[in-house]
Design a protein around this ligand. Structure first.
Ligand SMILES: Nc1ncnc2c1ncn2[C@@H]1O[C@H](COP(=O)(O)OP(=O)(O)O)[C@@H](O)[C@H]1O
Ligand SMILES: [Mg+2]
Length: 255
């Protein structure tokens, strides 16, 4: 893994809203096929970082590179990069007035010239990948929370993205559905050959899926580490805040 191609690179990234600095001096890379977790306490800037990575927010300083090229969200060239993204936000927002199949078909209708019959075929295939084969005719309200997340995932992978971004994918799910979603993220990474960036503060998910985890610390406004979480727990040289964060589970197994 160490030599594989760098897909995303952040150099001296600074993020702020107005005068309020959220994070600064962020330097990290995401390599091909890796699952990178962005972790840290509530309000530290995880979602903000994700928004910068996909170009919904502009860096206050520093830069983000994709495939070695600087990503300027406002440049025309950014569209080609965005086409390679699949994004699943916290809400997982599906259109409630459309069937699941229609939701998944939307990006294909918008961005491709495929015929309706071809689109239907792809939609059914993507739904089967997330374990929702045969459920396309249902409406979001007719699905469980876990199924809605998976439907959102089917939509996020409709265009065969190279890079998948998730913001708190298991928020609001029971532990079993959450674990199934983690498994699914890894399966999709393998099936699509995708690179994955996941924002989460849930320990079970962090240990289950992260190849490397970037810890954002709200106090210092810096990333304190970027390593495999299993290595960090017992690494006495790791910052105590990171170890505390990763050992929460020992204090409260229900956390
Ligand atoms: N659009 C915004 N305008 C101003 N401040 C914001 C905005 N979005 C988030 N923030 C602030 O930035 C900080 C980081 O937020 P966020 O990235 O959502 O944290 P996290 O996802 O880690 O919980 C918080 O203090 C939050 O209140
Ligand atoms: Mg968030």
């Amino acid at each position: 893994m160490t030599d594989s191609e760098i897909i995303i690179q952040a150099d001296g990234l600074k993020m702020q809203y107005g005068n309020y600095v959220v994070m600064e001096s962020l330097d990290f890379v995401v390599r091909r096929g890796e699952v990178k977790v962005i972790m840290g306490g509530s309000g530290c800037g995880k979602s903000t970082l994700l928004k910068h990575l996909i170009g919904l927010e502009r860096a206050a300083a520093g830069e983000i590179r994709y495939y070695g090229k600087v990503f300027d969200p406002d440049a025309v060239s950014a569209d080609a990069i965005r086409r390679r993204f699949g994004v699943l936000f916290q809400s997982g927002a599906l259109w409630s007035s459309m069937s699941v199949a229609e939701n998944v078909a939307m990006p294909l209708e918008e961005y491709t010239d495929l015929k309706p019959s071809e689109i239907s075929e792809i939609v059914e295939f993507k739904l089967s990948l997330v374990g929702l084969g045969g459920f396309g005719h249902r409406f979001p309200a007719e699905l469980s929370g876990g199924m809605r997340k998976r439907a959102g995932l089917a939509r996020a992978i409709a265009l065969d993205p190279e890079i998948l971004f998730f913001d708190e994918p298991s928020a609001g799910l029971d532990p079993l559905s959450s674990r199934r979603l983690d498994d699914l993220i890894l399966e999709l990474r393998d099936a699509l050959g995708a690179t994955v960036v996941v924002v989460t503060h849930e320990l079970a998910s962090i240990f289950a899926i992260a190849d490397r985890a970037l810890f954002l610390d709200a106090d210092s406004k810096r990333a304190l580490c970027d390593a495999n979480p299993n290595d960090l727990v017992d690494d006495l040289s790791a910052d105590f805040k990171v170890r505390d964060f990763l050992k929460r589970g020992e204090l409260n197994v229900n956390d």
